[in-house]
Design a protein around this ligand. Structure first.
Ligand code: AMP
Length: 511
């Protein structure tokens, strides 16, 4: 089966596919669409970039095209759950694209946007509703929507849902869905806990699996440079100046880390933008749009904010810090090398991240090529101020407005940067030079790494989906907060450290 026409999809869908320039189904589409057209449940192991959205959107649209029904008030015929706002918006856009000749009503609801207008839109009923779990529960509780008419239910990125602490929300939603329905369950990884969650929703599903980690990894040219944490900003600046970049995604582990990178680049005259859970929805949308439009070439993101983001033409992915979950690395580098194109991934690995790199190489089966430090690097680093040692935790914490004490700092080119910027890179050195402080400031709830912004609003952990309407139980929210908030390499170490004793060794070396 090599063309969409062969799959038996309704004419208006084929027309829309043609308009989008797609004629050949991707492997997941080839595997999934025939069974889905028969009404089977489906359990798919697939990550973003494989064409999985169309794999579930096309047969669902075919169902609505061939079985039209009047919309019911406060109701929907299809529910798609997505872990993040960006992914939800992207999925809704895909439905609009593929369904543009069907006259269906597609809506998308997530936290961080006014609930009032969402309630108003849902009053007349919609055909396809894409939602994040927290906001959906809110809307259900406020009787703005009912799930009793759902015919097709899609749970996308199930592993990410679990990571973000949505398990209780999902269980509640499960109870509210009609038993008679078609269910599609997708996850990039399928550990036991996720498979068990799938069993809860699925009924005799067809199982499909595409793009194992190595496939993506093999398409991307991967490089690694070993560099001290405090020197990474300099390295990034030099790389961005010397590489032929169309669009670059820079991944940091934490929100504050992302902000620091943006400030550091700005100091070197390089424009970039950050997206993460502390940015307002408007800021995130604007940054993403500017990146899509090519107005900014560099987007700095945390894993959660970037999850599911599909921007064509990303030539480079920079891992400013490595993720401690190897699968996340595959997600990151999968942002480049889309649609069979080749991409470049560069990882900056500090001494205490080497264990992560080994885990990644074990998973992908691909050995990244080691690149030395670029020309001019040593001179640029020599211009950096000396690392600051033995700070009290309150002082050393990056990103709490005050940043590095001691006023401004100098970038690699010797240019004076703003003084209130959290001291890009310097804190990482502090981490290696001092034992993790045991006392000092701790957030009221959530992570113990001190990486969250201060202020009383921050006593509540946040994740991407912890918007105004988040009603997840406290335990869930605390769990959710661990994702982006944890392990700020620019903050003093508490819980952060590689699995294989690298951190311990780093401390030993430094002391
Ligand atoms: P997804 O995995 O759903 O995020 O899709 C990744 C990208 O592939 C999106 O930009 C889609 O628009 C695109 N895409 C999906 N199906 C096809 C296809 N059959 N041919 C070409 N591109 C596709």
């Amino acid at each position: 089966m090599s063309f969409f026409q062969d799959l038996g999809l309704a004419q208006p869908i084929l027309k829309a596919l043609e308009a989008a320039g797609y004629d050949t189904p991707t492997p997941i589409q080839q595997q999934a669409i025939p069974s889905l057209l028969e009404g089977r449940d489906l359990c798919g192991i697939a990550q973003t970039g494989t064409g999985k959205t169309a794999a579930f959107a096309l047969p669902s649209l075919h169902h609505f095209a061939t079985k039209p029904k009047a919309r019911q008030q406060y109701s929907c015929r299809m529910l798609v759950l997505s872990p993040t706002r960006e992914l939800a918006a992207q999925i809704a856009d895909s439905f609009r694209t593929y369904g543009k000749f069907l006259g269906l009503k597609v809506d998308c609801v997530f936290g961080g946007m006014p609930i009032f207008s969402q309630k108003k839109r849902l009053a007349g009923g919609v055909d396809i509703l894409v939602a994040t779990p927290g906001r959906l529960i809110d809307l259900i509780e406020q009787r703005a929507v009912t799930l009793k008419d759902v015919e097709i239910f899609v749970l996308d990125e199930a592993d990410q849902m679990m990571d973000l602490g949505f398990i209780h929300a999902l269980k509640r939603i499960d109870q509210l869905l009609p038993k008679q329905r078609q269910t599609l369950f997708f996850s990039a990884t399928m550990p036991k806990a996720i498979a068990e969650l799938g069993n809860r929703f699925l009924n005799n599903p067809v199982r499909v699996s595409v793009a194992p980690a190595s496939t993506t990894a093999e398409r991307v040219e991967q490089f690694v440079t070993f560099v001290e944490q405090r020197e990474k900003q300099t390295l990034l600046t030099l790389k961005l100046q010397s590489e032929d970049i169309d669009r670059a995604l820079v991944f940091t582990r934490t929100k504050h880390g992302a902000d620091r990178v943006v400030r550091g680049l700005a100091g070197a005259g390089i424009q970039s933008a950050a997206i993460h859970g502390n940015k307002s929805q408007g800021q995130r949308t604007a940054a993403l749009q500017a990146f899509r439009d090519g107005k900014i070439k560099i987007l700095v993101a945390t894993d959660i904010a970037a999850r599911g983001i599909d921007v064509p033409g990303v030539s480079h992915v920079f891992n400013f810090e490595l993720p401690n979950v190897p699968e996340q690395y595959v997600h990151r580098i999968g942002r480049t090398a889309r649609a069979g194109r080749e991409g470049i991934a560069m990882s900056f690995v500090a001494g205490d991240e080497r264990g992560y790199m080994k885990d990644i190489e074990r998973l992908t089966g691909v050995r990244a090529m080691t690149l030395g430090l670029p020309e001019g690097f040593r001179a640029a680093v020599a211009a950096l101020p000396p690392p600051v040692a033995d700070k009290k935790p309150q002082q050393a914490r990056g990103g709490r407005g005050g940043g590095q004490p001691g006023g401004g700092r100098t970038n690699y080119a010797g240019k004076k940067l703003g003084g209130n910027n959290g001291g890009t890179g310097l804190n990482g050195e502090t981490r290696n030079r001092t034992h993790a402080p045991q006392g000092g400031w701790q957030p009221a709830i959530g992570p113990r790494d001190g990486s969250r912004e201060g202020g009383k609003n921050d006593a509540r952990p946040r994740s991407d989906n912890v918007g105004s309407g988040d009603r997840r139980p406290t335990a869930d929210r605390a769990f959710a907060a661990r994702s982006e908030n944890r392990r700020d390499p620019g903050a003093p170490a508490r819980n952060y450290g590689p699995k294989k004793g690298g951190y311990k060794n780093a401390v030993k070396r430094a002391s």
